[in-house]
Design a protein around this ligand. Structure first.
Ligand code: 5GP
Length: 228
């Protein structure tokens, strides 16, 4: 059978389309959107340093948006050639400084933390979100999940008191609509405290979903909600 040039072009286009679907299809199953409670990050033997832009607000802060697989494993550092490009997010910096500041020592302006999160995690969701979209998605998710308000509405406040894990989990589920993962750390006396809250997000980075898998918690049945 002889193919005319028009058929050849159509076949070429078909092959190209198939390749683009294979190459651009998402290569992770969901995101963990992780927020940290600054009171718990700071209340450890290691301590913390406020960012050069000043003490963060007494609110949960973004830790990261992490692509994950349904089996609990996750991709990491997916683009060795890619570096973090500050200019892509220059207009987002004031918002990032407020919502995604670093508490690590020594004090810094946050760029190292954002670059670390982009190269370690963000590069693994590039099929869905480029660098700018990755940071925008995290900021938008933070706006949709007011954890402090959710907890306050249930009478749970950062006052160094102990609260039951179920109370904390339920309060967030009632307000956000999805069960969160809670991770604890310990203060210098070994008291378990509310440190990270994980919410699951679909691969587009825009909608919360029920978690395919909750992260391991490391919490006791009652945990402290430290002051900040
Ligand atoms: P990850 O847990 O996201 O894999 O790694 C976090 C990295 O970011 C660590 O190297 C940690 O030192 C650094 N980092 C910088 N600022 C912060 C912060 O405010 N909170 C946390 N948890 N890690 C931070």
């Amino acid at each position: 059978m002889k193919l005319n040039s028009c058929s050849v072009i159509i076949i070429h286009l078909f092959v190209l389309q198939c390749l683009s679907v294979v190459c651009l299809s998402q290569d992770f199953d969901f995101f963990y959107f992780v927020q940290q409670w600054p009171g718990a990050y700071c209340d450890t033997k290691r301590g913390c340093c406020y960012p050069t832009t000043g003490m963060p607000a007494g609110d949960f802060l973004i830790h990261g948006l992490w692509p994950n697989y349904n089996d609990g494993s996750y991709p990491s550092g997916c683009d060795h050639g890619a570096s973090f490009d500050k200019s892509e997010i220059s207009d987002l910096i004031p918002t990032l400084q407020k919502e995604w500041p670093t508490l690590a020592c020594p004090s810094s302006d946050g760029f190292k933390f954002w670059a670390n999160q982009w190269t370690k995690y963000g590069t693994c969701s590039k099929s869905e979100l480029n660098e700018r979209q990755y940071f925008e998605a995290a900021i938008a998710l933070k706006g949709k999940a007011n954890l402090l308000q959710a907890l306050r509405d249930a009478g749970i406040k950062p006052n160094d008191h102990l609260y039951k894990m179920e109370e904390i989990r339920d309060a967030i589920k009632v307000a956000i609509g999805y069960t969160p993962g809670i991770e604890c750390n310990v203060d210098e006396f070994g008291t378990s405290q509310l440190y990270l809250v994980y919410l699951c997000v679909d691969t587009s980075g825009s909608d919360f979903i029920e978690c395919p898998l909750l992260p391991r918690a490391g919490c006791g049945s009652s945990i402290q909600f430290p002051k900040f």
